[in-house]
Design a protein around this ligand. Sequence first.
Ligand code: SF4
Length: 439
Amino acid sequence: MNVVLISTYDLGHQPFGLASPAAWLRERGHQVHCVDLAAGGLPSLLMRQAEVVAFYLPMHTAARLAVDAIDKVKRMNPQARLLAFGLYAPPNAEFLRSLGIDRVIGGEYERALADAVDGLVEVPAVSLERLPFRVPDRDGLPALARYSKLHINGTEKAVGYTEASRGCKHMCRHCPVVPVYQGTFRVVPSGVVLEDVRRLAAAGAQHITFGDPDFFNGPGHASKIVLALHEEFRQLTYDVTIKIEHLLRHRDMLPLLRETGCLLVTSAVESVEDVILEKLDKGHTRADFLEVVRLCRETGLALAPTFVPFTPWTTREGYRELLRVIAELGLMDDVAPIQLALRLLIPPGSLLLELPEMEQYLTGFDAAALLHRWKHPDPEMDRLAVETLRLVASEQKQGRSRRGIFASIWEAAHGAPPPENFDLLPRAAIPYMDEPWYC
Ligand code: SF4
């Protein structure tokens, strides 16, 4: 079977979500072509010859972009069978079917996708089975040089992306992982992960991003991998995503991360207001966040906090407080500006919909936008959110520094420029990815 796997957007990474199923499909004898629309267009001859086209939808932005891509593919090849897979496929199944998608597959998707390509009828929409993972096959994907880089000390590092686990054992209310994985996570065997890292290093990767929703869901598994990685590749650095709660609980592991080449820990802090953290069921408090900032500094690990600053519960004073905390902690250069402009996203199936109080904010489900719309009780807050997003987009386009954009955001929120005595580390000392969007 002639199969084309399409990724529309994957946070500036070479899409793991094409490489992993490609290995399964090639093993079953299919001709597989991988197309990354973030790095090029739709190759017309390939699309016309395709018998099956499968779209990878790992996140909201990717799913939105896929709507247009699906339409184009249908016009290029009306006979091709269309599939969609990844985190955002099952929650949007109905809408995707209305676009002509024949099957949606989520969770541990590789075997189910291969079965669907083979024409099996009984294919689960969400599979959480323990898969015998294959080493991702990156043949035919654009080179790593085409993707996002890690910047540190004035230099750039080529980044390879892999996953050591998937899903998550937590149930944060706003998280898109939860409706699909329901508190389950699956580990990828260390042998598979390390062989993938080996191949990425051979392809030029100088830094590895572990894209696990939470690297410390399985701390034993995580330490085994980073120890083996460092043993084999002394020069290779890496970054991980770990929740505040785990960074505190496993604080004794932070030196291990540092010693094995970890440069950056991303953590979904979301808010500095305990009342909002409780509504999101995040499992940490503002004080926990402050303690983690201290621990990371003490260990020499850069922390990249992410936020959901605009929620139905955010007040102007609360937003100002967030900016104040970031400034006082000297984190202005560690927080990607877009993180100060994001509005709470409520995808279909979100646990937030189970909060009775949400009713008063919701204004209806928008299938084409793949989300539930909501309004803040104070229209000024919605205006501030729109203004902040516009400001971030425009200043990023002009190449302004994070500190400069932070100052503009501060001014928009306060109606006055920030005080001049904020303490900052020099930009070059803080590692950061040049892909600014996380959603
Ligand atoms: S810890 Fe992270 S990945 Fe897990 S449910 Fe919470 S937000 Fe989602």
